[in-house]
Write a protein that binds this ligand. Sequence first.
Ligand code: HAM
Length: 420
Amino acid sequence: MPRTEPIKAVRGVRDILPDERGIWRVAEKAAVRVAQRYGYRQIETPLIEHVELIERGVGQDTDAGGKELYRFKDRKGRELALRPEATAGVVRAYFEGGLNPPRPQPARLYLIGPMFRYDRPQKGRYRQFFQFNVEAIGLASAALDVEVIELGRDWLVEVGLSDLTLDLNTIGDQKCRPAYLELLRQYYRPLKDKLHPDCQRRLEVNPLRLLDCKEPQCQPFKKDAPRMTDHLCDECSAAWTEVRKLLDEAGVEYRLNPYLVRGLDYYTRTVFEFYPASAGGQQDTLVAGGRYDGLAAALGWESTPGVGFAGGLDRVTQLMATEGEEVIAQPAADVIVLPDGELDAEAAEIARLARAVRSVTVDYSHRSLRAKMGSADKLGVRWAILFGPDEAKRSVARLRDMASGEQVEVPWSEMAERLA
Ligand code: HAM
Protein backbone atom coordinates (compact mmCIF):
# COMPACT_ATOMS: atom_id res chain seq x y z
CA MET A 1 0.00 0.00 0.00
CA PRO A 2 1.53 3.37 -0.91
CA ARG A 3 2.34 5.54 2.08
CA THR A 4 1.01 9.04 2.18
CA GLU A 5 2.83 10.06 5.37
CA PRO A 6 6.59 10.61 5.49
CA ILE A 7 8.33 7.71 7.22
CA LYS A 8 9.15 8.32 10.89
CA ALA A 9 11.29 6.42 13.42
CA VAL A 10 9.93 3.28 15.07
CA ARG A 11 7.98 3.96 18.27
CA GLY A 12 10.12 4.07 21.39
CA VAL A 13 13.47 4.53 19.62
CA ARG A 14 15.20 7.79 18.84
CA ASP A 15 18.02 9.42 16.99
CA ILE A 16 20.96 10.96 18.77
CA LEU A 17 21.60 14.07 16.75
CA PRO A 18 25.00 15.74 16.26
CA ASP A 19 24.24 18.47 18.81
CA GLU A 20 23.54 15.84 21.49
CA ARG A 21 26.34 13.50 20.44
CA GLY A 22 28.96 15.69 22.14
CA ILE A 23 27.56 14.95 25.58
CA TRP A 24 27.33 11.24 24.75
CA ARG A 25 30.97 11.27 23.73
CA VAL A 26 31.93 12.82 27.09
CA ALA A 27 29.97 10.11 28.95
CA GLU A 28 31.43 7.30 26.85
CA LYS A 29 34.98 8.59 27.10
CA ALA A 30 34.63 8.88 30.87
CA ALA A 31 33.32 5.28 30.96
CA VAL A 32 36.33 4.02 29.00
CA ARG A 33 38.75 6.06 31.11
CA VAL A 34 37.32 4.89 34.44
CA ALA A 35 37.04 1.25 33.31
CA GLN A 36 40.67 1.30 32.16
CA ARG A 37 41.74 2.94 35.41
CA TYR A 38 40.40 -0.17 37.19
CA GLY A 39 42.05 -2.56 34.72
CA TYR A 40 38.92 -3.55 32.76
CA ARG A 41 39.21 -4.45 29.06
CA GLN A 42 36.65 -3.81 26.37
CA ILE A 43 34.52 -6.56 24.89
CA GLU A 44 31.81 -6.49 22.22
CA THR A 45 29.14 -9.14 21.93
CA PRO A 46 26.54 -9.48 19.16
CA LEU A 47 23.23 -7.65 19.37
CA ILE A 48 21.48 -10.94 18.55
CA GLU A 49 21.60 -14.00 20.78
CA HIS A 50 19.68 -17.26 21.05
CA VAL A 51 16.37 -16.70 22.85
CA GLU A 52 17.41 -19.55 25.14
CA LEU A 53 20.40 -17.58 26.45
CA ILE A 54 18.09 -14.79 27.55
CA GLU A 55 15.36 -17.05 28.89
CA ARG A 56 17.77 -19.16 30.93
CA GLY A 57 19.95 -16.23 31.96
CA VAL A 58 17.73 -13.20 32.50
CA GLY A 59 14.64 -15.37 33.10
CA GLN A 60 11.44 -16.06 31.18
CA ASP A 61 9.22 -14.59 33.89
CA THR A 62 11.06 -11.29 34.08
CA ASP A 63 10.01 -8.22 32.10
CA ALA A 64 13.29 -7.91 30.19
CA GLY A 65 13.53 -11.63 29.36
CA GLY A 66 9.81 -12.22 28.86
CA LYS A 67 7.13 -9.85 27.64
CA GLU A 68 9.60 -7.12 26.67
CA LEU A 69 11.87 -9.36 24.62
CA TYR A 70 12.26 -8.53 20.93
CA ARG A 71 12.25 -12.04 19.51
CA PHE A 72 12.05 -13.33 15.98
CA LYS A 73 12.81 -16.34 13.83
CA ASP A 74 15.63 -16.00 11.30
CA ARG A 75 15.44 -17.46 7.79
CA LYS A 76 16.43 -20.89 9.05
CA GLY A 77 13.78 -20.80 11.77
CA ARG A 78 16.23 -20.19 14.65
CA GLU A 79 14.66 -18.45 17.65
CA LEU A 80 16.69 -15.29 18.15
CA ALA A 81 16.39 -12.18 20.31
CA LEU A 82 17.76 -8.66 20.29
CA ARG A 83 19.76 -8.53 23.51
CA PRO A 84 17.76 -6.88 26.32
CA GLU A 85 20.92 -6.63 28.45
CA ALA A 86 24.54 -7.65 28.08
CA THR A 87 25.52 -9.75 31.09
CA ALA A 88 24.26 -13.12 29.79
CA GLY A 89 26.06 -12.53 26.47
CA VAL A 90 29.28 -11.44 28.19
CA VAL A 91 29.26 -14.58 30.37
CA ARG A 92 28.70 -16.71 27.25
CA ALA A 93 31.61 -14.93 25.52
CA TYR A 94 33.82 -15.40 28.60
CA PHE A 95 33.60 -19.17 28.10
CA GLU A 96 33.44 -19.32 24.31
CA GLY A 97 36.33 -16.89 23.99
CA GLY A 98 38.50 -18.73 26.51
CA LEU A 99 38.65 -15.96 29.12
CA ASN A 100 38.01 -18.62 31.81
CA PRO A 101 40.81 -20.53 33.63
CA PRO A 102 43.67 -21.20 32.96
CA ARG A 103 43.59 -17.48 32.05
CA PRO A 104 44.11 -15.30 35.15
CA GLN A 105 40.90 -14.62 37.07
CA PRO A 106 38.76 -12.63 37.34
CA ALA A 107 38.24 -11.48 33.76
CA ARG A 108 37.53 -7.77 34.08
CA LEU A 109 35.42 -6.65 31.14
CA TYR A 110 33.43 -3.66 29.97
CA LEU A 111 31.03 -3.17 27.10
CA ILE A 112 29.27 -0.11 25.70
CA GLY A 113 26.37 -0.62 23.34
CA PRO A 114 22.66 -0.70 22.59
CA MET A 115 20.09 -2.95 24.29
CA PHE A 116 16.47 -3.53 23.27
CA ARG A 117 13.34 -3.90 25.38
CA TYR A 118 9.74 -3.65 24.25
CA ASP A 119 8.83 -1.49 27.21
CA ARG A 120 6.22 1.25 27.41
CA PRO A 121 8.10 4.31 26.09
CA GLN A 122 8.40 7.26 28.47
CA LYS A 123 11.06 9.71 29.58
CA GLY A 124 14.21 7.77 30.44
CA ARG A 125 12.76 4.53 29.08
CA TYR A 126 13.34 3.65 25.47
CA ARG A 127 13.00 0.54 23.36
CA GLN A 128 16.56 0.93 22.15
CA PHE A 129 18.82 2.31 24.84
CA PHE A 130 22.53 2.28 25.57
CA GLN A 131 24.39 0.79 28.49
CA PHE A 132 27.88 0.94 29.92
CA ASN A 133 28.39 -2.56 31.35
CA VAL A 134 31.11 -3.65 33.72
CA GLU A 135 31.59 -7.31 34.62
CA ALA A 136 34.15 -9.09 36.82
CA ILE A 137 33.85 -12.83 36.18
CA GLY A 138 35.62 -15.76 37.78
CA LEU A 139 36.16 -14.82 41.43
CA ALA A 140 33.67 -14.75 44.30
CA SER A 141 35.49 -12.12 46.39
CA ALA A 142 33.34 -9.48 48.10
CA ALA A 143 36.15 -7.05 47.26
CA LEU A 144 34.97 -7.25 43.64
CA ASP A 145 31.42 -6.27 44.62
CA VAL A 146 32.93 -3.17 46.17
CA GLU A 147 35.28 -2.60 43.24
CA VAL A 148 32.45 -2.47 40.70
CA ILE A 149 30.36 -0.26 42.99
CA GLU A 150 33.26 2.18 43.28
CA LEU A 151 33.82 2.04 39.53
CA GLY A 152 30.18 2.88 38.87
CA ARG A 153 30.28 5.74 41.32
CA ASP A 154 33.54 7.10 39.88
CA TRP A 155 32.00 7.14 36.42
CA LEU A 156 28.97 9.12 37.58
CA VAL A 157 31.14 11.55 39.53
CA GLU A 158 33.48 11.97 36.57
CA VAL A 159 30.61 13.12 34.35
CA GLY A 160 29.55 15.66 36.96
CA LEU A 161 26.78 13.71 38.72
CA SER A 162 27.91 13.58 42.32
CA ASP A 163 24.62 14.06 44.14
CA LEU A 164 23.87 10.35 44.34
CA THR A 165 22.12 7.78 46.49
CA LEU A 166 23.43 4.22 46.55
CA ASP A 167 20.93 1.55 47.62
CA LEU A 168 22.24 -1.81 48.73
CA ASN A 169 20.67 -5.16 49.56
CA THR A 170 21.35 -8.88 49.44
CA ILE A 171 18.96 -11.41 47.95
CA GLY A 172 20.76 -14.55 49.16
CA ASP A 173 21.55 -17.48 46.90
CA GLN A 174 20.16 -20.81 45.66
CA LYS A 175 20.79 -22.27 49.10
CA CYS A 176 18.90 -19.84 51.32
CA ARG A 177 16.55 -18.01 48.96
CA PRO A 178 14.01 -20.80 48.20
CA ALA A 179 13.05 -21.13 51.88
CA TYR A 180 12.83 -17.35 52.20
CA LEU A 181 10.60 -17.11 49.10
CA GLU A 182 8.27 -19.65 50.67
CA LEU A 183 8.06 -17.47 53.80
CA LEU A 184 7.29 -14.49 51.59
CA ARG A 185 4.50 -16.41 49.83
CA GLN A 186 3.08 -17.54 53.16
CA TYR A 187 3.04 -13.94 54.34
CA TYR A 188 1.37 -12.57 51.20
CA ARG A 189 -1.11 -15.38 50.40
CA PRO A 190 -3.75 -14.23 52.92
CA LEU A 191 -3.39 -10.69 51.51
CA LYS A 192 -3.75 -11.75 47.88
CA ASP A 193 -7.15 -10.12 47.27
CA LYS A 194 -5.82 -6.76 48.41
CA LEU A 195 -2.84 -6.79 46.03
CA HIS A 196 -2.58 -5.25 42.58
CA PRO A 197 -3.41 -7.83 39.86
CA ASP A 198 0.26 -7.89 38.74
CA CYS A 199 1.33 -8.75 42.27
CA GLN A 200 -1.36 -11.42 42.59
CA ARG A 201 0.23 -13.09 39.58
CA ARG A 202 3.80 -12.57 40.85
CA LEU A 203 2.96 -14.07 44.23
CA GLU A 204 3.53 -17.65 43.06
CA VAL A 205 5.99 -17.15 40.16
CA ASN A 206 8.31 -14.41 41.38
CA PRO A 207 7.37 -13.30 44.91
CA LEU A 208 10.57 -11.21 45.33
CA ARG A 209 9.07 -8.68 42.92
CA LEU A 210 6.29 -7.97 45.43
CA LEU A 211 8.91 -6.13 47.44
CA ASP A 212 9.74 -3.59 44.73
CA CYS A 213 6.16 -3.10 43.56
CA LYS A 214 5.30 0.60 43.28
CA GLU A 215 1.49 0.26 43.30
CA PRO A 216 -0.03 2.27 46.17
CA GLN A 217 -2.41 -0.54 47.17
CA CYS A 218 0.54 -2.91 47.86
CA GLN A 219 2.63 -0.50 49.96
CA PRO A 220 1.01 -1.04 53.40
CA PHE A 221 2.00 -4.73 53.46
CA LYS A 222 5.69 -4.32 52.76
CA LYS A 223 6.92 -3.23 56.15
CA ASP A 224 5.89 -6.44 57.92
CA ALA A 225 7.02 -8.75 55.11
CA PRO A 226 9.87 -11.11 56.02
CA ARG A 227 13.30 -9.78 55.02
CA MET A 228 15.99 -11.71 53.19
CA THR A 229 18.66 -10.36 55.53
CA ASP A 230 17.01 -12.26 58.42
CA HIS A 231 17.13 -15.56 56.53
CA LEU A 232 20.58 -15.72 54.93
CA CYS A 233 22.66 -18.91 54.98
CA ASP A 234 26.06 -18.68 56.69
CA GLU A 235 28.00 -18.06 53.46
CA CYS A 236 25.64 -15.33 52.24
CA SER A 237 25.61 -13.78 55.67
CA ALA A 238 29.42 -13.67 55.78
CA ALA A 239 29.56 -12.17 52.27
CA TRP A 240 26.96 -9.55 53.23
CA THR A 241 28.99 -8.53 56.30
CA GLU A 242 32.19 -8.38 54.25
CA VAL A 243 30.69 -6.23 51.48
CA ARG A 244 29.39 -3.67 53.99
CA LYS A 245 32.67 -3.67 55.92
CA LEU A 246 34.68 -3.02 52.73
CA LEU A 247 32.28 -0.29 51.62
CA ASP A 248 32.60 1.36 55.03
CA GLU A 249 36.39 1.16 54.85
CA ALA A 250 36.30 2.67 51.36
CA GLY A 251 34.18 5.53 52.68
CA VAL A 252 31.35 4.72 50.25
CA GLU A 253 28.02 5.85 51.64
CA TYR A 254 25.01 3.61 51.06
CA ARG A 255 21.46 3.09 52.20
CA LEU A 256 20.28 -0.39 53.15
CA ASN A 257 17.13 -1.01 51.16
CA PRO A 258 15.40 -4.33 52.00
CA TYR A 259 13.01 -3.78 49.08
CA LEU A 260 15.71 -3.63 46.43
CA VAL A 261 15.47 -6.96 44.58
CA ARG A 262 16.27 -6.13 40.91
CA GLY A 263 14.22 -7.34 37.96
CA LEU A 264 16.46 -10.04 36.47
CA ASP A 265 16.57 -13.68 37.61
CA TYR A 266 20.31 -14.23 37.70
CA TYR A 267 21.18 -12.19 40.77
CA THR A 268 22.58 -13.70 43.95
CA ARG A 269 23.70 -11.92 47.12
CA THR A 270 24.68 -8.26 46.59
CA VAL A 271 22.37 -6.04 44.56
CA PHE A 272 22.75 -2.27 44.24
CA GLU A 273 21.44 0.78 42.42
CA PHE A 274 22.61 4.38 42.09
CA TYR A 275 19.95 7.09 41.73
CA PRO A 276 20.20 10.85 41.63
CA ALA A 277 19.61 12.00 45.23
CA SER A 278 16.47 13.78 44.03
CA ALA A 279 15.09 10.66 42.30
CA GLY A 280 11.37 10.07 42.13
CA GLY A 281 11.02 6.65 40.57
CA GLN A 282 12.62 3.59 39.09
CA GLN A 283 12.99 5.20 35.69
CA ASP A 284 15.61 7.37 37.41
CA THR A 285 18.07 4.55 38.21
CA LEU A 286 21.37 5.46 36.61
CA VAL A 287 23.56 2.48 37.45
CA ALA A 288 22.30 -0.92 38.63
CA GLY A 289 23.86 -4.30 39.20
CA GLY A 290 24.85 -7.07 41.49
CA ARG A 291 26.39 -10.49 41.85
CA TYR A 292 25.30 -13.36 39.61
CA ASP A 293 27.03 -16.51 40.83
CA GLY A 294 24.40 -18.84 39.34
CA LEU A 295 24.30 -17.38 35.83
CA ALA A 296 27.10 -19.37 34.18
CA ALA A 297 25.62 -22.69 35.35
CA ALA A 298 22.13 -21.61 34.24
CA LEU A 299 23.59 -21.14 30.74
CA GLY A 300 25.04 -24.65 30.81
CA TRP A 301 28.64 -23.62 31.48
CA GLU A 302 30.82 -24.44 34.46
CA SER A 303 29.56 -22.79 37.64
CA THR A 304 31.45 -19.48 37.86
CA PRO A 305 30.84 -16.41 40.02
CA GLY A 306 30.48 -12.91 38.62
CA VAL A 307 29.52 -9.39 39.61
CA GLY A 308 28.87 -6.23 37.63
CA PHE A 309 26.57 -3.40 36.73
CA ALA A 310 25.11 -1.51 33.83
CA GLY A 311 24.79 2.25 33.63
CA GLY A 312 22.15 3.78 31.39
CA LEU A 313 23.75 6.23 28.97
CA ASP A 314 20.41 7.70 27.90
CA ARG A 315 19.58 8.69 31.48
CA VAL A 316 23.10 9.76 32.40
CA THR A 317 23.44 12.04 29.37
CA GLN A 318 19.98 13.46 30.00
CA LEU A 319 20.95 14.34 33.55
CA MET A 320 24.34 15.68 32.45
CA ALA A 321 22.51 18.02 30.10
CA THR A 322 20.52 19.51 32.96
CA GLU A 323 22.82 19.12 35.99
CA GLY A 324 26.27 18.05 34.90
CA GLU A 325 29.22 20.06 33.70
CA GLU A 326 28.56 22.11 30.62
CA VAL A 327 29.55 20.43 27.40
CA ILE A 328 30.12 22.88 24.59
CA ALA A 329 28.95 21.52 21.25
CA GLN A 330 31.89 21.22 18.88
CA PRO A 331 31.57 23.00 15.52
CA ALA A 332 31.54 20.60 12.58
CA ALA A 333 34.85 21.99 11.28
CA ASP A 334 37.55 24.60 11.97
CA VAL A 335 37.52 26.00 8.47
CA ILE A 336 34.93 26.59 5.76
CA VAL A 337 35.77 27.19 2.11
CA LEU A 338 33.41 29.68 0.45
CA PRO A 339 33.76 29.92 -3.32
CA ASP A 340 32.14 32.97 -4.91
CA GLY A 341 30.72 31.45 -8.10
CA GLU A 342 30.72 27.99 -9.64
CA LEU A 343 34.18 26.92 -8.55
CA ASP A 344 33.57 23.45 -7.11
CA ALA A 345 36.81 21.84 -8.27
CA GLU A 346 38.92 24.76 -7.02
CA ALA A 347 37.09 24.82 -3.66
CA ALA A 348 37.65 21.07 -3.29
CA GLU A 349 41.36 21.56 -4.03
CA ILE A 350 41.77 24.28 -1.39
CA ALA A 351 39.90 22.13 1.13
CA ARG A 352 42.19 19.19 0.33
CA LEU A 353 45.25 21.36 1.03
CA ALA A 354 43.87 22.83 4.28
CA ARG A 355 42.71 19.41 5.51
CA ALA A 356 46.35 18.48 6.03
CA VAL A 357 46.25 20.57 9.23
CA ARG A 358 42.59 21.41 10.04
CA SER A 359 39.07 20.01 9.75
CA VAL A 360 37.54 21.65 6.69
CA THR A 361 34.07 21.85 5.19
CA VAL A 362 33.02 23.42 1.87
CA ASP A 363 29.88 25.34 0.91
CA TYR A 364 29.06 23.97 -2.54
CA SER A 365 25.69 25.72 -2.77
CA HIS A 366 25.48 28.23 -5.60
CA ARG A 367 24.19 31.07 -3.44
CA SER A 368 25.52 34.57 -2.98
CA LEU A 369 28.71 34.92 -0.95
CA ARG A 370 26.72 36.97 1.56
CA ALA A 371 24.28 34.13 2.15
CA LYS A 372 27.17 31.70 2.50
CA MET A 373 28.86 33.98 5.06
CA GLY A 374 25.64 34.04 7.07
CA SER A 375 25.61 30.22 7.27
CA ALA A 376 29.34 30.12 8.07
CA ASP A 377 28.73 32.41 11.06
CA LYS A 378 26.13 30.00 12.44
CA LEU A 379 28.45 27.01 12.04
CA GLY A 380 30.92 28.44 14.53
CA VAL A 381 34.02 27.92 12.34
CA ARG A 382 37.26 29.76 13.19
CA TRP A 383 38.29 30.60 9.64
CA ALA A 384 36.65 31.07 6.26
CA ILE A 385 38.55 30.85 2.99
CA LEU A 386 36.92 33.07 0.36
CA PHE A 387 37.80 33.31 -3.31
CA GLY A 388 36.30 34.26 -6.69
CA PRO A 389 37.18 33.40 -10.29
CA ASP A 390 40.01 35.96 -10.54
CA GLU A 391 41.65 34.76 -7.37
CA ALA A 392 41.23 31.16 -8.53
CA LYS A 393 43.17 32.03 -11.68
CA ARG A 394 46.02 33.35 -9.55
CA SER A 395 45.74 30.39 -7.09
CA VAL A 396 45.20 32.68 -4.11
CA ALA A 397 42.33 33.11 -1.62
CA ARG A 398 41.36 35.36 1.29
CA LEU A 399 41.80 33.76 4.70
CA ARG A 400 39.34 35.32 7.11
CA ASP A 401 39.55 35.11 10.89
CA MET A 402 35.87 34.81 11.81
CA ALA A 403 36.28 36.27 15.30
CA SER A 404 38.19 39.44 14.33
CA GLY A 405 36.97 39.77 10.73
CA GLU A 406 40.60 40.23 9.61
CA GLN A 407 41.39 38.99 6.09
CA VAL A 408 44.69 38.29 4.35
CA GLU A 409 45.46 37.04 0.88
CA VAL A 410 47.23 33.69 0.95
CA PRO A 411 48.53 31.56 -1.94
CA TRP A 412 46.89 28.11 -1.95
CA SER A 413 50.31 26.51 -1.58
CA GLU A 414 50.82 28.31 1.75
CA MET A 415 47.31 27.75 3.11
CA ALA A 416 48.17 24.73 5.27
CA GLU A 417 51.15 26.52 6.76
CA ARG A 418 49.02 29.57 7.63
CA LEU A 419 46.34 27.45 9.29
CA ALA A 420 48.68 25.17 11.26
P1 HAM B 1 19.00 -3.14 34.44
O1 HAM B 1 18.62 -2.66 35.79
O2 HAM B 1 17.96 -3.86 33.67
O3 HAM B 1 20.26 -4.08 34.64
O4 HAM B 1 19.53 -1.94 33.58
C1 HAM B 1 20.60 -1.15 34.04
C2 HAM B 1 20.39 0.29 33.68
O5 HAM B 1 20.14 0.43 32.29
C3 HAM B 1 19.19 0.96 34.33
O6 HAM B 1 19.48 1.38 35.63
C4 HAM B 1 18.97 2.14 33.40
O7 HAM B 1 19.88 3.20 33.70
C5 HAM B 1 19.28 1.55 32.06
N1 HAM B 1 18.04 1.10 31.39
C6 HAM B 1 17.38 -0.06 31.56
N2 HAM B 1 16.27 -0.11 30.79
C7 HAM B 1 16.22 1.06 30.11
C8 HAM B 1 15.34 1.63 29.14
N3 HAM B 1 14.27 0.97 28.70
N4 HAM B 1 15.61 2.88 28.67
C9 HAM B 1 16.69 3.56 29.10
N5 HAM B 1 17.58 3.08 30.00
C10 HAM B 1 17.36 1.85 30.50
C11 HAM B 1 20.89 -4.77 33.64
O8 HAM B 1 20.70 -4.59 32.47
C12 HAM B 1 21.96 -5.71 34.14
N6 HAM B 1 22.54 -6.42 32.98
C13 HAM B 1 23.04 -4.95 34.90
C14 HAM B 1 24.16 -5.84 35.35
C15 HAM B 1 25.36 -6.00 34.78
N7 HAM B 1 24.11 -6.62 36.43
C16 HAM B 1 25.27 -7.26 36.53
N8 HAM B 1 26.03 -6.91 35.52
